[in-house]
Design a protein around this ligand. Sequence first.
Ligand code: NAP
Ligand code: MG
Length: 401
Amino acid sequence: MAKIKMTVPIVEMDGDEMTRILWKMIKENLLEPFVELNTEYYDLGLEHRNETNDQVTIDSANATKKYKVAVKCATITPNAARVKEYDLKEMWKSPNGTIRAILDGTVFRAPIVVKGIEPCVKNWKKPITIARHAYGDVYKGSEMKIPGAGKVELVYTAKDGSEERELVHEFDSAGIVQGMHNINASIESFARSCFNYALDIKQDLWFATKDTISKKYDHTFKDIFQDIFDAEYKEKFEEAGITYFYTLIDDAVARVMKSEGGYIWACKNYDGDVMSDMISSAFGSLAMMTSVLVSPDGYYEYEAAHGTVQRHYYKHLKGEETSTNSVATIFAWSGALRKRGEMDGNEELMAFADKLEKATIDTIESGKMTKDLALITTFENPTVLNSEDFIKAIAERLKED
Ligand code: NAP
Ligand code: MG
């Protein structure tokens, strides 16, 4: 069988530890036998980031602007222990943070739904995709402990020196205070990323804040979304047969629990932090969550939502067998290849992405899975495979087609 050709490359960002091992297996067993892989390779493994003073991360993000599609392996975000372990020159920043700062995107996380791994919420039939705004609010807040009686105010000093004040609280006794902010431009690009992605995957978009209580702060989020929707997306949504739905955050949570899924839920920074963990654990497994960074300019970077699975890597180094789930990493590749195909009008490549995903799901649904899934499956007597044999089982199915 002739291999599928790719005219334009995708940006390949290699990573660390167990996921770096899976990365190579996926390429060798599931991609290279079928596709003439055309990638521009960047090694974001921690050693190489350290050698290049992290320039490789910046270069890979800039390459994503050029080619528009990237696929990324999980990478170590250094902490003090990693600085020692890898003898780092510096505690390099999180690659995901660096890439997101350059591409200015929103991260969309979605569970991969398969039979046998049933969500805790029994009416959830389709994935719920969480979009988390990645700037500001409490994550860039400033806080004070108030020792005793006194007045706290917000003060805005304009460039011309004029002031505007707002009383926060007249304290009679000790307490606490917090100031936080956001920027309209950031909310606007968040809104556009969400609207674009909804059109892209043809799913309804939900957005929720607490605008009834927060009449200026949260209300601004609501207004910006609505204004951009009305001016730029209303007709496109109608044509695509999808809707934009705004409600209060508490109402949204209640509706989510009763829904069957199949939509995108856009969340403010804190809501997204909390709700994405709720959604991923309720759907079954972090190892089954995909993640895509979508920029308002239409760049896409696909990855798995989980980390480098360090604990399994150390077993692997000791020569012990591992059973690490590669599904989210496989779906990062299929997502990137499908997007490449869409952009280039490469039907064959798009069809291959579908086949790869189907082969992966069929393998699990036939009862063959990694240990993490075997522990939670509703199937009786699942076959537990090691990291490599699971990928090989998928390869067998791919060859059958
Ligand atoms: P992790 O790699 O997500 O793994 C945490 C635990 O979750 C694992 O020990 C394992 O549980 C389970 N798990 C996660 N993915 C799995 C998979 N594919 N198959 C089977 N089990 C899986 O998180 P971490 O150990 O906290 O972080 C390790 C490194 O990853 C850190 O250096 C961190 O900086 C980095 N990280 C990177 C990204 C990214 O690049 N996007 C995201 C998060 C973390 P058991 O051990 O119980 O089997
Ligand atoms: Mg969190």
